[in-house]
Design a protein. Structure first.
Length: 260
């Protein structure tokens, strides 16, 4: 077992909840629209090899919503300050879903303190020929059933949710911030235009049955980030860290070790 601590730190006037555990080189994890507010199996696995740092983004979960947050660029620059605040260097940056989009945006802003990058089903790209899911039109229950391939697992997670999750204050907060970051059409022309600036070793992970961001977008990211590698998980939807926790952690670790 890996011991994780939880604390609140203040960066750019915003109080942010942070979990941290494990030993080794620092790994900064960017969660998706669903907040990581407890220790998950993939965290236990990654914490065996890395100093794993898992903040709840500004505007999500237990973290404050800062007045300066207006879009993804603000979040990217915030995390550049976050990295400096913690005095981190040679960071292994990992992000999933909107957190993958965020990680790519952070790297576009500058990779001076980033050693490797891993993106799992990131958003931000838009191709009319590759229609995406519509998460802001789905209810919370529809979202879970659409992002998870294994429907037995989806129903097990749904059974643990609070009654009427669409009225839960925490879920409303996360959804509101996700909409601000993603924008009305969930596309980021700035990131898309400048992805080629990312020169650190980059690994892309995707679920074969992703209904939110179809796996065809994996090739689009790989094409734009020179030298990037790709692994696609079979029988997996949009949440590889949930459905394929061991494979997810192994894929990230293998990528980092290859470039250690």
């Amino acid at each position: 077992m890996v011991d994780f601590t939880k604390e609140t730190i203040t960066v750019k006037g915003c109080k942010v909840a942070v979990q941290r555990g494990g030993t080794g080189e620092p790994m900064l994890y960017r969660h998706g629209g669903g907040v990581v507010n407890s220790v998950q199996p993939f965290m236990e696995l990654l914490g065996q090899d890395f100093d794993l740092i898992v903040p709840q983004h500004p505007g999500f979960g237990e973290s404050e919503f800062p007045e300066w947050l207006e879009g993804m660029a603000d979040m990217a620059f915030f995390y550049q300050e976050f990295i400096g605040h913690l005095g981190l260097t040679d960071v292994h940056l990992v992000g999933t879903s909107i957190g993958g989009w965020m990680a790519a945006s952070i790297a576009v802003c500058g990779t001076q303190n980033i050693k490797t990058l891993t993106l799992a089903a990131p958003g931000g790209l838009d191709d009319p020929g590759i229609p995406k899911g519509e998460p802001f039109k789905w209810t919370a229950l529809e979202t879970l059933r659409n992002v998870i391939y294994d429907q037995k697992l989806a129903e097990a997670i749904i059974a643990m949710l609070p009654p009427d999750p669409d009225t839960n204050p925490g879920m409303i907060k996360n959804r509101k911030t996700s909409k601000i970051l993603a924008g009305p059409d969930r596309r980021d022309p700035v990131m898309q235009k400048w992805l080629h600036l990312i020169k650190v070793p980059t690994h892309i992970i995707w679920g074969e049955h992703d209904k939110l961001m179809p796996v065809a977008y994996a090739a689009e990211f790989q094409k734009r980030i020179e030298g990037s590698t790709l692994e696609v998980f079979t029988e997996c939807g949009h949440l590889p860290y949930t459905e394929k926790a061991a494979d997810y952690a192994r894929s990230i670790t293998d990528h980092v070790r290859k470039h250690a």
